[in-house]
Design a protein. Structure first.
Length: 102
């Protein structure tokens, strides 16, 4: 699991690579929370999942947790580039209702 990010004056994009599962979720949470806490003034946050090869329900929980954190600051969250397998998990969990496709 690897997470990179890019920010502009108003937008923050996370690029997630590898597998987002129980083994990697704790480390991913720490990385995401650190960057998010330093950038709460963003107008939007995008999770680019195009480099994600696998995601399970732990990954869904991780995304929901970051969504809830950002919602407190009225920062909208979007998902982009999900693979076919990740897309199935995202759709089944109903994530696109709270984090639309970008």
């Amino acid at each position: 699991m690897e997470i990179k990010f890019r920010k502009t004056d108003t937008h923050l994009t996370f690029y997630v690579y590898g597998e987002l599962d129980e083994c990697s979720a704790s480390n991913a949470k720490n990385i995401l929370d650190k960057v998010i806490n330093e950038n709460l003034n963003m107008k939007s946050v995008i999770f680019d999942l195009s480099g994600l090869s696998f995601m399970d329900s732990t990954g869904v929980g991780l995304l929901i947790g970051r969504y809830k954190k950002l919602k407190q600051f009225n920062v909208p969250v979007y998902i982009s580039g999900a693979s076919v397998s990740a897309e199935k998990v995202i759709e089944l969990a109903g994530l696109y209702r709270i984090m639309p496709k970008f």
